[in-house]
Ligand binder design. Structure first.
Ligand code: G3P
Ligand code: CA
Length: 341
C-alpha cells in the first residue's frame, strides 16, 4: 500500500463540488486542485466495459430520459432490493453510452454546475487511468485512483462481474503491486474477499452509518456495518482489506441538535487492527455540514447550498487522526491539510 506521510485527499467523484460528477473534467479539475487520488464509482456496460457512474441507474446523471431512441430501455429493477424505474448501464453498449451527456446530480445545491450539463461524456475506467497517469507524468507527482465496485453482487448475478475487468485495466496500466497508487473499495464483503485472492493492490471495506452489507443479508448473515466497526469486526476486515472507508458519522457522530458529539473509538480501533481510515464525504454546503459549521441565515432560501465552514469541519477530522478524506471540494481538503502541516 502506498504509505503517505500525510492524510490523503481523495477527490470524491472528481471535484464534484465544481463539475458534474464522474466526468473527465471533474477528475481533471481535482488533479489541478492537488488531489492525491481520484474516485470513480464503477459500473458495467452490456459489453463488459467499466464506466464511471454513481449508480448503474443513469436517469438522474445523464440526458438519457430526453433521448427517444432509448425510451424502450426504461425498466424496473431491484438492484438494492427495492424496485427502481430507470435506465441501467448494463442495458447499453459502450458506444450507446458514449452518445449520452452528463448532468449535475445536485442542481438545487450546485446550480453553477448545470452550465456543464449536456457537454460532458461518461468516461471509461481506461480513460480515467490514462488521465491519472498522463497528469502524474506532467506534474511530477503521483496521482492515483480509488475505484469503487458498485453493486458487485448484482453485476456478478447478471454475468457482468466488475472484478476481472477492473484488474485487467489495472494490469494494462502496470498497477498490480502493493505499492500501486490504487485503493479498491466496496460496500460488500464477498467481492473484497474474492479480490484479496486476485490482487495485491490495497482494498477498502466501506462502512455505512446504518444497515448492513447486501451480500451478507442475501445469505442470511445478520451482521450489520455497526458489527463490522467493532474491534472484532475490524480484526475480521483486516484479514482481507487494508483500510476502512466509514461514513464520517462513524468517526464523529452528530447529536440530535445536528452538532458534532465526541469522537468514537473507531480510528484507534481500526489503527490497532492495522487498518487505515478514510471517511466520507466532506462537502462544503450547509446542507451536508454539522450544525457547528453553518454559515448564513438558516431561514434564507439559499441556505442549504451556501457554503459553511468546511475548513473547520475538516480540521476537526484531521485532528481525529484519519488517514485520508473523501472530498467533493478537494481544494478545501488540500488547503486545510497544508495549513495544519
Ligand atoms: O465510496 C465512498 C463514498 O463515495 C460513499 O459511497 O456510494 O455514496 O459514492 P457512494
Ligand atoms: Ca464512491
Amino acid at each position: 500500500m502506498p504509505v503517505p506521510d500525510r492524510p490523503i485527499v481523495i477527490a470524491h467523484r472528481g471535484a464534484s463540488g465544481y463539475r458534474p460528477e464522474h466526468t473527465l473534467e471533474s477528475y481533471g479539475l481535482a488533479i489541478e486542485m492537488g488531489a492525491d487520488f481520484i474516485e470513480p464509482d464503477l459500473v458495467s456496460t452490456s459489453d463488459g466495459v467499466l464506466v464511471a457512474r454513481h449508480e448503474n441507474e443513469i436517469g438522474w446523471t445523464t440526458d438519457v430520459s430526453d433521448r427517444p431512441e432509448f425510451a424502450d430501455r426504461r425498466v424496473v429493477k431491484a438492484v438494492r432490493g427495492v424496485d427502481v424505474e430507470g435506465w441501467y448501464t448494463e442495458d447499453f453498449t459502450l458506444a450507446e453510452l458514449k452518445t449520452l451527456r452528463a448532468r449535475e446530480r445536485l442542481p438545487q445545491l450546485r446550480p453553477a454546475n448545470t452550465a456543464y450539463d449536456g457537454r460532458l461524456e461518461v468516461p471509461t475506467l481506461d480513460e480515467i487511468i490514462q488521465l491519472a497517469q498522463r497528469e502524474s507524468a506532467a506534474r511530477g507527482r503521483t496521482i492515483g485512483i480509488y475505484p469503487e465496485t458498485k453493486h458487485p453482487g448484482w453485476f456478478q448475478s447478471i454475468g457482468l462481474g466488475l472484478e476481472e475487468p477492473l484488474l485487467a485495466a489495472l494490469e494494462r496500466a502496470g498497477w498490480t503491486e502493493r505499492d500501486a497508487p490504487v485503493f479498491i473499495q466496496s460496500f460488500e464483503t464477498e467481492n473484497l474477499r474474492m479480490l484479496r485472492g486476485m490482487t495485491r493492490v490495497p482494498l477498502v471495506q466501506l462502512l455505512e452509518s446504518s444497515g448492513g452489507p447486501r451480500d451478507l443479508a442475501l445469505r442470511g448473515d445478520p451482521r450489520t456495518y455497526a458489527d463490522l466497526a467493532t474491534p472484532a469486526g475490524l480484526a475480521e476486515i483486516a484479514t482481507y482489506a487494508d483500510a476502512i472507508g466509514p461514513h464520517k458519522d462513524l468517526v464523529i457522530p452528530r447529536g440530535a441538535d445536528g452538532r458534532l458529539a465526541a469522537p468514537t473509538p473507531l480510528v484507534a480501533d481500526a489503527h490497532a487492527a492495522g487498518l487505515a481510515v478514510h471517511p466520507w464525504t466532506f462537502r462544503s454546503e450547509n446542507f451536508f455540514l454539522p450544525a457547528d459549521f453553518y454559515v448564513g441565515d438558516p431561514s434564507a432560501a439559499d441556505f442549504a447550498g451556501t457554503h459553511g465552514d468546511a475548513e473547520a469541519e475538516l480540521a476537526v477530522f484531521y485532528a481525529a487522526g484519519v488517514d485520508g478524506v473523501f472530498a467533493d471540494f478537494p481544494d478545501v481538503a488540500v488547503r486545510v491539510r497544508a495549513a495544519l502541516a
